[in-house]
Design a protein around this ligand. Sequence first.
Ligand code: SF4
Ligand code: SF4
Length: 300
Amino acid sequence: PFQPDDVNSAVWEKIKDHPCYSEEAHHYFARMHVAVAPACNIQCHYCNRKFDCANESRPGVVSEKLAPDQALRKVIAVANEVPQLSVLGIAGPGDACYDWRKTKETCERVAKEIPDIKLCISTNGLALAEHVDELAEMNVDHVTITINMVDPEIGAKIYPWIFHDHRRYTGIEAAKILHKRQMLGLEMLTERGILTKINSVMIPGVNDEHLIEVNKWVKERGAFLHNVMPLISDPAHGTHYGLTGQRGPRAIELKALRNSLEGGPRLMRHCRQCRADAVGLLGEDRGREFTLDQVPGEIT
Ligand code: SF4
Ligand code: SF4
């Protein structure tokens, strides 16, 4: 595939076979997620803890939770069957940076067996800054941070509480801490040349117009991609309507917002909001072919 004029060769090396960072690559390269990180340190109003982290996934999805050694078995099985596999992502089902021990062990064990696989992490950003140096040492080239606000007053409407430094914070105080930690984590990743994708969940009447401001802040701090995702309201699954029955945006509203963000970081328009155990090309999910009972046995 051709190299766009606006990225240098070091960046191109990182994105050329990552299906989420390069729209071109998503036709040819596959990613897989392993659901090794169930714990989470914040509460988003749109999340129901019974399901996968809604910051990266669709509602109503429950992934098969794995221990790091089980994840390794699964990655090896997929790598043997899916030649296009280029990226291993950890996107929950909770928060990859908060459930750090399992995330780190999984990345290290997989990198040892499959050294050329790219590692990708998704986080809400609260526990990110304290792990950035380790992420760099682990050769994690790609981090997704979900940033839904830069104004704590708006944040208080999205996050009822956070758990930070051994205690729980609520309201504006919680949103202030989350905002500071997200910005610090993003700046630290940019300094180390780790590419970042910012996910923002568009919640009509809460942060829709505000996402223009979010886009400016993340652009100033070096974000590579901005992915505005619609809130998916799905009462049938008992999820995504914690914001008092909040509806999701209409397609035309989402399109208008995305158009108004042109000129900031590149916009991702091919996101499929895949599950925390997705396998395959974006838009295809072969996860059910690789459940634990179907992949070859124990590895020690
Ligand atoms: Fe749920 Fe993800 Fe928010 Fe945690 S960060 S509360 S798992 S949506
Ligand atoms: Fe990484 Fe997110 Fe793409 Fe998964 S969906 S590979 S976590 S950017």
